[in-house]
Design a binder for this molecule. Structure first.
Ligand code: BMA
Length: 337
């Protein structure tokens, strides 16, 4: 292992070695997709979902759509990180006084452990899409906190530890629809209620076109000795619509609004049938990662707004790829004020 990292590691997690001769930093699970269409009664599609290790097994917060196509969140359980049992009832939230506080819709969840609590961050209905936040310790009671930002916003991603005593959240300011713009911003909070010190992190664009329309955070960043390893999504608009790919960047450890490295090439783009054909074609949308002591990484991603799929990489692959293919874009490297 070339680069040291600090993260909660799994003793066991799904992983396959890189196929011989492959010239790409990320490779797909050979039995993708993990979850197919109509996987169980009352569920039409599951995609853009997040998984964490929990009590020696795995637990997920899944974006589920039934035949009404209105997204909601459900828990899913797995012993191996591959075969999941999805709960029949959606997650129900309460507010801090214990009163029911369910969102009208909820999608693209991230699930992040900070200290001894698990946080769900999702795109919630708040007079339009914005960022919802809830915490749990036992995956039985889900206490919903204040919505983090004003509408409209998407792709809220919490860092897995406080930095300089503050929680840090990535997000992308948005509009009410299928936002045709967007950069990644960073906000800080001491108490998870009041968010401020907003900083610009990364802008869309660069010389290549794959991230020219908008970008958004993905899984919780992984802390390495070089900086925060961030997998994100980038979007291009072509004659046929939006195409979502995955990219990688490394953010400064103490001031993550500074981009140290950012690869000019995507690390994965829709290529397989389950990514190019579906409810929304040409989407790979990463939401969470697992990591083991050797620095193997499993990436859970949504494919074509229809499937949950898995891809693999390593810390070394991604850090080297970001450094070797770095392209500075705009004001990425400054403090972002
Ligand atoms: C975005 C979000 C994602 C979705 C993507 C492609 O705006 O709604 O959930 O995967 O579009 O449809």
């Amino acid at each position: 292992m070339k680069y040291k990292f600090t993260a909660e590691t799994c003793d066991y997690m799904p992983f396959e070695a890189k196929p011989k001769g492959l010239d790409a930093p990320v490779w797909r699970y050979s039995k993708n997709p993990l979850i197919k269409r109509n996987p169980q009664k009352g569920i039409a599609r599951i995609f853009n979902s997040a998984v964490v290790p929990y009590n020696g097994e795995f637990i997920g917060v899944f974006r589920v759509e039934d035949q009404s196509s209105l997204p909601h969140l459900r828990l899913a359980h797995s012993k191996d990180g591959i075969n999941f049992t999805v709960e029949e009832e959606r997650i129900h939230f309460v507010d801090e006084e214990g009163k029911p506080y369910d969102p009208y819709y909820a999608y693209d969840p991230r699930l992040v452990k900070v200290e001894d609590e698990y946080f769900i961050i999702w795109c919630t209905e708040f007079y339009g899409p914005s960022i919802g936040l809830a915490k749990t310790k036992d995956f039985k009671t889900f206490v919903r906190l204040e919505n983090c930002f004003l509408p409209f916003n998407r792709n809220g991603v919490l860092f897995p530890r406080k930095i300089n005593g503050e929680y840090k959240m990535l997000s992308r300011v948005s509009d009410n629809g299928h936002t045709p713009f967007g950069d990644i911003f960073l906000s800080s909070s001491k108490d998870l209620t009041y968010w401020g010190k907003h900083r610009h992190v990364m802008e869309k664009g660069g010389n290549g076109w794959w991230q020219g329309l908008k970008i958004g955070g993905g899984p919780a960043p992984i802390e390495t000795e070089v900086g925060w390893l961030m997998i994100y999504h980038g979007v291009i608009l072509n004659c046929n619509g939006y195409v979502y790919s995955m990219g990688v960047a490394i953010l400064d450890k103490d001031e993550p609004s500074k981009v140290l490295y950012r690869a000019k090439y995507y690390i994965m783009t829709p290529e397989e049938d389950y990514e190019t054909v579906g409810f929304v074609p040409n989407v790979v949308f990463p939401c969470s990662t697992l990591i083991d002591k050797e620095g193997h990484i499993a990436i859970y991603y949504g494919a074509a707004d229809t499937y949950v799929a898995l891809a693999f990489t390593t810390v070394d692959e991604l850090v080297d790829f970001a450094i070797n293919n770095h392209e500075g874009v705009g004001r990425d490297r400054d403090l972002g004020r």
